[in-house]
Design a binder for this molecule. Structure first.
Ligand SMILES: CNc1ncnc2c1ncn2[C@@H]1O[C@H](COP(=O)(O)O)[C@@H](O)[C@H]1O
Length: 360
């Protein structure tokens, strides 16, 4: 009874930080902090003073107007991908990202990244992915196996069908080598591309037993009947963002109980939604019974950690500690890593709940 009363109390940052969390929607490059990018920039500037890229602390300053859907996507192609061009900087940034999720209380992480070769170097897509996977292995061991980490490979909407197929092939190849690759994602600038291009690639991913998650209805232009019908025909296991979803698609999603990856700060700060946090569509989806996993999307850009996302949900939707525990449990349902991983997370949450209810 005591534990019941305590868990009804309002949420605070101490609670959300210590809550064992599941992060399922985090883009690796967008998760790199401005400080880590700055460190990499300083080192490159030291080696090559004529390097023309501006200081990340200036480019990504949160004091200026926040990135919106038009300014956000070029940040990767024209800036960050030009800064992180060596195996050592891929390693440095990936390890820093893993460390910050861990320090924030994430205990199960599915990171996603778009395979990329670095022009003018020997870094192929394969080398890029194996470097990221090596960092994940290293981090897993050095954290005392405390945070499980899996990888999802992203297809970018601007990709041609062949590139998308290559991404799926890479996912299958690494998964078959026993590396922790669990799925394939569709991301990228929602104003670009025709998603029907990727039919064959996603069919191959499905056949190979990979899980599928898709960025879905992020902006009105990517929420047409044709697009959403095509995306649902790829039989996704989870959907990301689900912002501008027309009622009949909503019904279908609810009927299938698809897992939903919702990113409050990203949507509000990038102005993908209107009305601020209080009007975020989390409020609507929460009533539908679809399992929800809060996610950071791009913590390096939007500056809000996963524990802060839980805090924001608590504050803006009047959720109690018990509600946030329930939300964490619903994120577990959405995990791609299998039942053993789910059981491990449920246990962590139960232990946490007991500890909280026992503490004065
Ligand atoms: C508004 N939210 C979003 N919507 C769609 N795609 C997004 C995104 N945030 C990030 N990305 C995708 O992730 C890539 C960077 O990470 P990786 O190099 O893959 O690790 C971006 O190029 C973009 O395609």
């Amino acid at each position: 009874m005591g534990s019941h009363i305590k868990s009804q109390s309002s949420v605070d940052s101490n609670f959300t930080r210590h809550l064992p969390k599941v992060e399922l929607h985090a883009h690796l490059t967008g998760s790199i902090s401005p400080q880590t990018l700055h460190d990499i920039w300083l080192e490159r500037k030291g080696q090559d003073p004529s390097m023309e890229l501006d200081d990340p602390l200036k480019v990504m300053s949160t004091e200026k107007e926040h990135f919106n859907v038009f300014t956000f996507f070029p940040l990767f192609d024209t800036y960050i991908y030009n800064l992180i061009t060596s195996v050592s900087s891929i390693r440095q940034s990936t390890l820093a990202v893993l460390q910050s999720f861990y320090a924030d209380g994430v205990r199960y992480l599915e990171l996603r990244t778009t395979p990329r070769a670095v022009p003018g170097t020997s870094i192929s897509k394969q080398i890029y992915i194996s470097t990221v996977l090596d960092c994940m292995d290293e981090f897993f061991q050095s954290s005392g196996n405390d945070m499980s980490i899996y990888l999802i490979l992203s297809i970018d909407r601007k990709n041609a069908a062949e590139e998308a197929a290559q991404t799926v092939d890479l996912a299958i190849e690494f998964r078959n080598q026993g590396r922790p690759v669990v799925g394939v994602d569709l991301c990228g600038n929602p104003a670009r591309g025709d998603v029907s291009t990727f039919r064959v690639a996603f069919a191959k991913a499905k056949d190979a037993g990979l899980k599928i998650t898709l960025h879905f209805a992020e902006i009105p232009a990517s929420s047409t009947e044709d697009e959403l019908r095509a995306l649902l025909s790829y039989q996704p296991d989870r959907l990301g963002h689900v912002i501008h979803v027309p009622p009949k698609f909503k019904e279908e999603i609810v009927e299938k109980k698809l897992g939903l990856e919702l990113c409050l700060s990203c949507n509000v700060l990038a102005k993908l939604t209107e009305g601020g946090f209080a009007e975020h569509h989390f409020g609507e989806w929460q009533k539908t019974g679809c399992p929800i996993a809060l996610g950071t999307d791009d913590v390096g850009v939007f500056g809000s950690s996963l524990s802060n996302e839980y805090l924001l949900a608590g504050q803006h939707f009047s959720l109690t500690k018990a509600d946030l525990l329930g939300l964490s449990r619903s994120a577990i349902e959405c995990m791609f890593g299998g039942n053993e991983e789910k059981d491990k997370m449920y246990k962590l949450l139960n232990d946490f709940q007991e500890l909280k209810s026992a503490s004065p």
